[in-house]
Design a protein around this ligand. Structure first.
Ligand code: TXA
Ligand code: MG
Length: 346
């Protein structure tokens, strides 16, 4: 099967494929997703197979009208309603107990479902034209960096699915914020994303960032979001995350440059890297710019034959938390504290 790249005039065809139980690539404002009819277990199984995804990792269900949420969940608590009104359409996924409208296979065997109303016009048009809620994990092969362009998705999925809808480069570049409600006033962030804990705190009284967001989940631990226990987002190149200021980073890199090495740095680091002979590529100077660029940068490093990518660590507040969360997983938790390993010369 050759995978077709469809343009805006292909939405009706993509919707037809979805109704027939086929998976289709769908652009969203976060990353490209692999869309199918959330209520069709056979279609959902095709999505798991195309991704090579473990069966216990649930899929997010996408709607294009807030009214389509109620049939999917047993109850919408007032806090969930307020969060949806504030952040939808947009990159927020809200987990609630599911109804039988969501098959167990879609939910990875859990009794809950994460629902999101994406902001991308092509995603909204596809969901509306399909007439069904759409399950869509990120459109990468399981374990690889998420696709932020149709070309990235095609690179992973060519020959595995009938079609991908073109929708340009994803503006956010990092997947949605996944939350659960601990009680009537408390939001728990299971996966950080473009909607930040600070923003959630304008609606919820308390916002807890789950321990698994910033640390490695221990073998055998039961996690609230199954995706957090898998190695993720990893390019073929070895990735090391380097913490510290610009001077610390430069000192560390001077001792680690060599064939196949590339430093992924902030824009403002480029001149200093060049002066020190450190091969580098920039991934932005703001949290938002880095979020939009880093998945593509991981894929580009592979395309350029990089064997070891050293990444200047982003901040862990705002959207930076989402970028940091993805990078520690891409690095397999190989995190270097350059300020400790390379003390300044006296
Ligand atoms: O932005 C996004 O969320 C993208 C686009 C396509 O919408 N989708 C996406 O899906 O990132 P995926 O499957 O790659 O990541 C979904 C994450 C996984 O870590 C999964 O474990 C978690 O959300 N998740 C989904 N449903 C859940 C549930 N019912 N309970 C706990 N975690 C859930
Ligand atoms: Mg994913």
């Amino acid at each position: 099967m050759k995978t077709k790249l469809l343009h805006e005039d292909g939405i009706a065809l993509a919707a037809e494929l979805i109704r027939q139980g086929e998976p289709v690539g769908m652009p969203t404002e976060t990353v490209y997703g692999l869309a199918c009819d959330a209520g069709n277990p056979d279609a959902v199984r095709k999505v798991f197979a195309a991704k090579g995804r473990p069966a216990d990792n649930p899929l997010i269900v996408h709607i294009a009208d807030i009214a389509d949420w109620a049939p999917l969940v047993t109850e919408i608590p007032p806090l969930a309603q307020k969060l949806a009104e504030r952040f939808w359409p947009g990159p927020l996924t809200i987990i609630l107990p599911r109804t039988e409208r969501i098959p167990s296979v879609t939910a990875g065997g859990l009794d809950s479902v994460g629902v999101r109303f994406p902001a991308h016009p092509v995603a909204q048009a596809l969901i509306k034209a399909s007439g069904v809620p759409i399950a869509a994990p990120s459109g990468n092969r399981s374990g690889s960096p998420s696709p932020t362009t149709s070309a990235h998705m095609l690179a992973d999925m060519d020959g595995r699915i009938p079609a991908i809808l073109e929708g340009g480069s994803c503006l956010c570049g990092v997947e949605s914020t996944v939350i659960a409600l601990d009680d009537a006033e408390t939001v728990r962030v299971l996966r950080p994303g473009f909607v930040t804990p600070e923003q959630l705190g304008t609606i919820a009284k308390r916002v807890i960032v789950d321990d698994a967001v910033l640390a490695k989940v221990k073998e055998g631990t039961v996690v609230r979001s199954p995706g957090m226990k898998y190695r993720h987002y990893a390019p073929k190149a070895k990735v090391t995350l380097v913490q510290g200021g610009q001077d610390d980073f430069l000192r560390y890199m001077e001792q680690h440059t060599g064939t196949g090495v590339l430093a992924l740095v902030f824009d403002a680091d480029v001149p200093a890297c060049q002066m020190h002979g450190i091969p580098c590529k920039a991934y932005g100077d703001t949290d938002e710019a880095r979020a939009a660029a880093f998945f593509a940068a991981l894929r580009d490093a592979d395309a350029a034959g990089v064997s070891h990518l050293y990444v200047r660590a982003p901040r862990t507040d705002g959207v930076g938390l989402a970028v940091y969360n993805r990078l520690i997983r891409a690095a397999g938790y190989d995190i270097v504290h350059a300020e400790q390993t390379c003390p300044a010369e006296i």
